[in-house]
Design a protein around this ligand. Sequence first.
Ligand SMILES: Cc1cc2nc3c(=O)[nH]c(=O)nc-3n(C[C@H](O)[C@H](O)[C@H](O)COP(=O)(O)OP(=O)(O)OC[C@H]3O[C@@H](n4cnc5c(N)ncnc54)[C@H](O)[C@@H]3O)c2cc1C
Ligand code: FES
Length: 573
Amino acid sequence: MNVGMPRDVVWHGRTVYTGVWKEPVEGPVMLRRLNLDGDGQGDLGGHGGEQRAVLVYQLDSYRHWQRELGRDDLTHGNFGENFTVDGLPDDEVCIGDRYRVGEAVVEVTQPRVTCYRVGLRMGEPRLPALLVAHHRPGFYLRVLTEGLVQAGDEFVKLSTGPEAMTVAEIDALLYLPGHPRDGAARALRIPALSPGWQESMRALLAQEEGREGNAGLVTAAAPPAWTGFRPLTVIGYEEDTRDVFSLLLAAADGAPLPAALPGQFLTLRLPTPDGTLVRSYSLSGQPGDPAYRISVKQEPHGAAGAYLRANMRPGVTVEAAAPRGTFTLETGDSPVLLLSAGIGVTPVLAMLHALAAVRSERAVWWVHGARDGAEHAFAAEARELLGRLPHGRAWICYSRPGPDDVAGRDFAGAGRITADVLRGLRLPPDTAAYLCGPAEFMTQIAAALGDLGITAVHSELFGAQPGLTPGIAAAPARAPHPPAGDPGPGPAVSFVRSGLTVPWDPAYGSLLELAEACDVPVRWSCRTGVCHTCESGLLSGEVDYLPDPVDAPADGSVLICCARPRTELTLDV
Ligand SMILES: Cc1cc2nc3c(=O)[nH]c(=O)nc-3n(C[C@H](O)[C@H](O)[C@H](O)COP(=O)(O)OP(=O)(O)OC[C@H]3O[C@@H](n4cnc5c(N)ncnc54)[C@H](O)[C@@H]3O)c2cc1C
Ligand code: FES
């Protein structure tokens, strides 16, 4: 039996707060609902809690890794486990199995989580992927009856989980290629399976047949309609408000463009006199139209906005990557809330178009915030679309109504969209909400919707996604910048959302390491190609993998933690 409290560990110049260091303990220890006494976890988002109270790892796997990794220095607790067990192999123990051990009764809930900290503990960064590839993850227990336990106690099996699905089997089902649907359906019939894994199994079941990528780990994006960038021709230019204008883009040969999903965005490569800019714009027109419409807000001092406004006139060509993104309108009957502020209107306007095109019977709330009538883009268009919906309603907020703006005609309420405004709409809890606007605004709105019991909340950010760096101590945020030192000799890597292009340097192990050296916000967990947390849009270019991902990312996406550029790259990061 091994326990350990979390502590700060220095790793690659950063501080990680982790409880992965466990030391053997003698004598009886109280096993409680959340932990063994004296044990703790550093990052409760990834480890610990009722479903992951106790981690179990097997002596036989120790022997396996001694041979595989040529290690003779392994001691109990090295894999971060609380119970080092003789027997109970991953290919025999089933999810939902119950055991008595000492005075306690426990139940198997899920395999180990793939995370870099076990690799950090063992000085072997590939370990999270190896544990999966070698079918030796180990597993977690939930505590059904608390009690004293000590080393030497025997595990007495009380019952086998329904479906008799082993730890190794369900681990392979989620992480390794294939993901058989009947397996996911079986897993969902095991009530003891932890809610997180149940969600993954439901997502695998819902994944479209033949679609690349792992929906159990990340929202799988639809494959892009073309690779890299292709020229599109401007066939229309329209001023919508003082600072918002729309461009209509068509194929050079006039053939209809591939249909995008409502909510997706287009990425343009712009050869400005000051260098190439790459910027994304949500499609704002009707999905399925033969041409694409984007609507751009010209920000004061905004480089791409100014370039587009000055140069894009009918007949001009512009390079565009295929429509992308997972912020898309889901089918179903539930009520829909389309909520936006300012230029955040664009992706939800495409959703409103899609609903109006089929005269959807769904209840649709259109909630929009603008400064005043002069800045209220697409007011007439949204009104017309809502008019086609039998159950469509609008609530427009002007934060500073102008002298000509009439309450009740142009807007419903003066002020911003607030929790009170949302409460007043009496949205049913099964409402599917789609939000787009400034980051802080969306955080507030998502929290307000949560308070109303609405959990299906989707959002789109017009900028870098917030980073996800499990266990790393917070450091002051820095704006993205080129890495320190001389520029590398490799191909250019563009981090589009961060507006940064830097040359690759082979001194970095992966694109993730390069991004980190530039303070580009990134999301990761295993750092070795198994968890898909780092999966990002690959807008153009080709990569090499080292190591190869355990399961391939979706078409048009890349796992940046184990990829290096083969050619110039444009990344939706
Ligand atoms: C998925 C996605 C979808 C998007 N959809 C849309 C959309 O539909 N419509 C849309 O308009 N945008 C959209 N964006 C945002 C868009 O990609 C651009 O980031 C945005 O338009 C700003 O680009 P820019 O080059 O004009 O401004 P940048 O030059 O990149 O400037 C960014 C900001 O910095 C400020 N700034 C720049 N220089 C200075 C300076 N010297 N002093 C003070 N401030 C300065 C600018 O005012 C601006 O606010 C989307 C982004 C993403 C990621
Ligand atoms: S961080 Fe896990 S796959 Fe990249």
